[in-house]
Design a protein around this ligand. Structure first.
Ligand code: NAD
Length: 493
């Protein structure tokens, strides 16, 4: 494994000032695969100052969108050129099955291409005339990049989550300091190398792995940062909002969820089982929008449970590099403890475990866990209410649409929701009734760079992806001119 003990600051590779590192661990066998350079406040300060200088005096925000698009497309090309290596690195660092990692990396490249297109298109509409109710004035609204962006990302889709922030931010003309999760930092450093190859001007993209409290906290507290773009857990998001409040920093938050999937009894059984499984076992259930609470209408329930358990038994668990594996190891020891703890708590709280939740036979090393299927989960227990972030599904039965919607909405979260029925009018109605930012009809999880992404309630503030994710990185300025020939005549008559 090559060396990952350096940081990318101001277009150069540097050692962390304090010389600290932390290990990157392969979750399939618990071995250390690299020592990663750990940024601290001193490195963060250098990176933020470089980003500030590049924003205030460098060419980046002053270029046309078309010019910036050229760089973004080169980054996309650089990612595609090493697609297989990056996907394998993601498997080794995160544990996800290879086909999922390939998909992530393709989407990462696609995200840079998408925002290249938007940057180019925005050259055509640099300003918008504003109609005023008073004669003698003309006004226009112009968009300007928000400035220096502190981007902080989680470990479940390491490179993809970084692209959701870096791509729109630099397309808009901002400069960025990215701190990836300390659990999975390797592909972020590869992104830095690709930016270097694409000849992004110094200071525009700075990438610093580090521990949350040692690198993330000083980054968000730094007075020269204009915007904090965060994806992660609700408790960290809440802390960041308090920090942002000190200096009134612009903040967008993509946080956790406990998203419902409502399955009506007119569904095709096989489709229902497929999407139920995809909704919670894809990416090991380590998905913010995972449909981890499932509501099944009574008539379909017995058959659906039979088929679900049958299919769950067949699910191949193992090292993500092996052919046919659909469930890799959980990301690390802490996550393993958290997920197994949630399973134990679910049992204690009266939920019935009908399948899984144990270490699979023959996989003694690595953070492997069978998918866990719980039924009759009490509405007031943590397993029903709190995010587990693992392959653990909580299922309940329901009788009427009204009941399903009430139970689905009874949550502090509001990231996503899904509904399955052959009655499309009903699907549309339920989609409108669910209190969440992303609703899937007759599916669960497919995500598109063109469509808005983000949560209601405690699941976040703001939207990523699509044109909404681009808007995140702009300020709007009004420019108003007095154009009348007559003097204003208020003080001077
Ligand atoms: P986390 O909150 O523990 O960490 C996220 C990031 O914040 C990491 O880079 C971490 O180092 C950093 N961090 C931690 N403490 C910090 C501090 N005090 N100041 C600044 N930065 C700090 O979350 P995680 O465990 O890495 O990720 C899992 C969570 O992310 C889940 O809750 C999941 O639902 C959520 N998530 C949400 C989305 C979304 O789009 N809504 C997408 C992916 C993950």
């Amino acid at each position: 494994m090559k060396s990952y003990n350096h940081l990318y600051i101001n277009g150069r590779w540097t050692q962390p000032v304090k010389g600290q590192t932390f290990p990157a661990i392969d979750p399939s066998d618990e071995t250390v695969i690299a020592e990663v350079g750990a940024a601290t406040a001193e490195d963060v300060d250098a990176a933020v100052k470089a980003a500030r200088e590049a924003f205030d005096h460098g060419p980046w925000p002053r270029m046309s969108g078309k010019e910036r698009a050229g760089y973004l497309r080169r980054i996309a090309g650089g990612i595609r050129a090493r697609l297989n290596d990056l996907a394998e690195l993601e498997v080794r660092d995160n544990g996800k099955p290879l086909p999922e990692a390939v998909w992530d990396i393709e989407d990462t490249a696609g995200c840079f291409d998408f925002y290249a297109d938007l940057a180019e298109r925005s050259d055509a509409q640099p300003e918008r005339a504003v109609e005023l109710s008073m004669e003698g004035f003309v006004s226009k609204a112009v968009k300007e990049p928000v400035g220096v962006v502190a981007a902080i990302t989680p470990w479940n889709f390491p490179m993809l989550m970084a692209s959701w922030k870096v791509a729109p931010a630099i397309a808009a003309g901002c400069t960025v300091v990215l701190k990836p999760s300390e659990v999975t930092s390797l592909t972020a450093l590869e992104m830095a190398a690709i930016c270097e190859e694409a000849e992004i001007p110094p200071g525009v993209v700075n990438i610093l792995p580090g521990i949350g409290i040692e690198a993330g906290a000083p980054l968000t507290e730094h007075p020269l940062v204009d915007k904090i773009a965060f994806t992660g857990s609700v408790p960290t998001g809440s802390k960041l909002m308090k920090v942002a409040a000190q200096d009134i920093k612009n903040v967008s938050l993509e946080l956790g969820g406990k998203s419902p999937l409502i399955i009506f009894d007119d569904c095709d059984l096989e489709d229902a089982v497929e999407w139920l499984m995809f909704g919670i076992f894809w990416n090991k259930g380590e998905v913010c929008s995972a449909t981890s609470r499932v509501l099944v209408q009574e008539n379909l329930y017995p058959k659906l449970m039979e088929r679900l358990v049958e299919e769950a038994r067949k699910l191949k668990i193992g090292n993500g590099m092996q052919d046919g594996v659909l469930l890799g190891p959980l990301v690390n020891a802490a996550q393993y403890e958290k997920v197994t703890g949630a399973i134990e708590a679910g049992k204690r709280d009266g939920a019935t475990l009908v399948y899984g939740g144990e270490r699979p036979a023959g996989l003694e090393k690595g953070y492997y866990l069978e998918p866990a299927i719980f039924v009759d989960v009490p509405e007031d227990c943590d397993l029903w209410k709190e995010e587990v972030f693992g392959p653990v599904v909580a299922i309940r039965r329901f009788a009427t649409e009204e009941e399903a919607v009430r139970v689905a909405n009874d949550s502090e979260y509001g990231l996503a929701g899904a509904v399955m029925s052959k009655d499309l009018e009903r699907c549309e109605r339920v989609a409108r009734d669910l209190q969440a930012g992303i609703i899937w009809i007759n599916c669960s999880q497919p995500t598109f760079v063109e469509a808005p992404w983000g949560g209601y309630k405690k699941s976040g503030i703001g939207r990523e992806l699509g044109e909404w994710g681009y808007e995140n990185y702009f300020e709007t300025k009004q420019i108003t001119s007095y154009v009348s020939d007559k003097p204003w005549g208020w003080f001077i008559k």
